[in-house]
Design a protein around this ligand. Structure first.
Ligand SMILES: Cc1cc2nc3c(=O)[nH]c(=O)nc-3n(C[C@H](O)[C@H](O)[C@H](O)COP(=O)(O)O)c2cc1C
Length: 140
């Protein structure tokens, strides 16, 4: 499932969360999963995002998608920028969503592509900002 609700929660233990809509057909599958992976898409993977958001896709979303199984057995999609694999930690009530907190068991950066970003209902990517050193006569 395509999600943008990923958030880092804790460093010790290392915890992250994703928020899953109760109305989704995939909701129960996720909240009952013992492990899951968060695949961070790269900027050339818009079609993968659309596919896993269920856009224009009937049937198995993994059809024709190349993936490997990670340390937890969860799918790691070919070409993703990075992946975080988790063991389910706790599920919290989040209104019309369930907040799925996972303990990170493995995290890997897989290439140096730019990330796919969803902003203002459009796909974009990041641009690195350089912060020049402030002039030395300014006291902050
Ligand atoms: C960019 C983007 C971000 C999304 N983020 C979330 C999210 O954080 N949580 C969620 O439940 N659904 C999110 N969705 C929608 C789900 O991907 C979509 O509702 C789901 O895949 C539909 O599956 P279903 O028909 O089985 O419910 C997002 C969709 C897109 C395109």
């Amino acid at each position: 499932m395509t999600v943008s609700s990923f958030i880092s929660v804790s460093l010790d233990p290392p915890l992250v969360l994703v928020s899953i809509a109760r109305g989704s057909q995939l909701h129960d599958l996720f909240i009952n999963a013992k492990e899951f992976a968060v695949n961070f898409l790269a900027d050339d993977q818009k079609s993968v995002s659309d596919r896993f958001a269920g856009r224009g896709q009937n049937g198995d979303r993994f059809d024709g998608i190349k993936f490997a199984k990670g340390a937890t057995g969860s799918p790691i999609i070919a070409g993703v920028r990075a992946v975080i694999e988790c063991r389910a930690w706790q599920v919290y009530d989040g209104g019309d969503h369930s907040i799925l907190v996972g303990e990170v068991v493995q995290a890997k950066t897989l290439n140096s592509k730019r990330p796919l970003v969803y902003f203002s209902q459009q796909y974009t990517t990041t641009e690195l900002m350089e912060f020049p050193a402030p002039p030395s006569d300014i006291v902050w």
